[in-house]
Design a protein around this ligand. Structure first.
Ligand SMILES: Nc1ncnc2c1ncn2[C@@H]1O[C@H](COP(=O)(O)OP(=O)(O)O)[C@@H](O)[C@H]1O
Ligand SMILES: [Mg+2]
Length: 153
């Protein structure tokens, strides 16, 4: 497992960091986005989608549960906050989303047992009490390809 920490000092820096990762990760993968409300999970996703060269508007999937970006879609952006159990997720056809070779961005992934679903990259965003515009972003991966990318910064 490789762990990397990055500190961003503004919303723009978190967007830019997401964009950078979107640019350098040139294969489909699953990203778990963890952190409390307002930590920057959606903002990071906006950057990531932009980094993939997509101009789709990225909004929080809190109510839709899933947003799709690209035509045909190459990124599925989930927010599982409002779901109560795994059955609800499968009822909305979650398995179909897994088998399309797309990148998955998952906010509030806690519902999904780690062993049921292998996250290739876990990103934890933490607000800092000392500075409301600062976030500590921790990236964790056991995946060899992603390790190699992360070791570059
Ligand atoms: N360094 C930072 N990184 C990310 N967001 C920040 C930062 N500083 C301030 N913010 C603000 O925090 C909020 C993050 O919101 P959002 O991305 O929707 O969070 P989440 O999806 O985790 O609930 C935005 O209003 C953003 O402008
Ligand atoms: Mg969000």
């Amino acid at each position: 497992m490789l762990e990397k920490k990055v500190v961003t000092k503004s919303s723009q820096e978190t967007f830019d960091f997401g964009k950078y990762l979107g640019e350098v990760i040139d294969f489909p993968l699953t990203i778990f986005l963890q952190g409390e409300m307002g930590a920057g999970k959606t903002l990071f996703s906006k950057g990531f989608v932009a980094g993939k060269g997509l101009t789709d508007e990225v909004t929080s999937p809190t109510y839709t549960i899933v947003n799709e970006y690209g035509d045909p879609p190459t990124i599925f952006h989930f927010d599982l906050y409002r779901l109560h159990d795994l059955d609800e997720l499968y009822e909305m056809g979650f398995e179909d989303y897994l088998t399309q070779g797309c990148t998955l961005l998952l906010e509030w992934p806690d519902l999904i047992a780690a062993d049921l679903f292998e996250a290739k990259l876990v990103i934890v965003l933490k607000t800092q009490l000392s500075n409301p515009d600062e976030r500590e972003i921790t990236l964790k991966t056991g995946d060899a390809k992603i390790k190699q990318l992360l070791s570059k910064f």
